[in-house]
Write a protein that binds this ligand. Structure first.
Ligand code: BTN
Length: 246
């Protein structure tokens, strides 16, 4: 995938800028909207994304596809790519947490959000927004009250946002191509990157938690576990709320 970078000052949300360009018919596949800061950065499940100017990396990629791409594949591809990008930047110990949070020392470092809107059914489109805390040395108490948060700087990696963008896009290029062409391979890459293969895991779904050994993760069959009594259970990916090693 080739990217064209559009640099913005402080905006509401880079994902909103991408959707705006898509709605105007002005966005191309691979357009990247990167901002110095965001006033209304958003995260998953209605959360906000703290986006102080010059402190973090905030960008969104417009993806215009010929055929629909499974959103779960895009979601996993983003997480796998960002884990590799962090390792390239010198942070190999960041861990992938379902579906695509990157955490380090138990604190959230990076988040990815895949969204779509029914703009043109003939031309499926997606906006992948990524936020990475880069230079922050402190966070607002109200954010810390919600969850532990960290940055590359706090994890011991000194890096500027431009270098972080380069690393992210290099890794995203291959992973987003894979999600389009071979989305089941993205699932396999996810299992490897999240170090889940054959592991004892806890799976949280709409009906509660299940524990067992991970024996499969695919778009076709979802997350498959073998429970202690040898029974096999499966849960479609879109119903998986959490999946973590025990
Ligand atoms: C999450 O909740 O983990 C996802 C966070 C995604 C934040 C990024 S920052 C760039 C892009 N613009 C937004 O408004 N959100 C995403």
């Amino acid at each position: 995938m080739e990217f064209a970078i559009h640099r913005l000052g402080t905006v509401d949300s880079t994902s909103e800028r991408a959707f705006d360009a898509l709605a105007r018919g002005a966005a191309r596949d691979g357009d990247v909207f990167v901002a110095r800061g965001q006033t209304r950065g958003r995260g998953r499940r209605g959360a906000s994304w703290h986006s102080p100017e010059g402190e973090g990396l905030y960008f969104s990629v417009a993806i215009l596809a010929r055929a629909p791409i499974p959103p779960a594949a895009l979601t996993m591809a983003a997480g796998v790519a960002m884990r590799a990008a962090l390792a390239d930047l010198g942070l190999a110990r960041a861990q992938l947490k379902w579906p695509n949070d990157l955490v380090c020392d138990g604190a959230k470092l990076c988040g990815c959000l895949v969204e779509t809107r029914g703009l043109d059914p003939e031309r499926p489109h997606y906006v992948l927004g990524i936020g990475l805390n880069v230079r922050q040395r402190e966070f607002p108490p109200e954010l810390l009250a919600e969850r532990a948060v960290t940055s590359l700087a706090l994890c011991g990696v000194e890096c500027d946002c431009e270098r972080a963008l380069d690393a992210a896009l290099s890794r995203l290029a291959e992973r987003l191509d894979e999600a389009r062409a071979a989305p089941e391979s993205t699932c396999a890459a996810y299992v490897a990157a999240a170090e889940l293969s054959g592991r004892a895991v806890r799976l949280l779904g709409p009906d509660g938690a299940l524990e067992g050994r991970l024996v499969g993760l695919s778009l076709a069959r979802g997350v498959e576990l073998e429970c202690a009594d040898r029974r096999r259970v499966a849960l479609a990916l879109e119903h998986v709320r959490a999946l973590e090693p025990q």
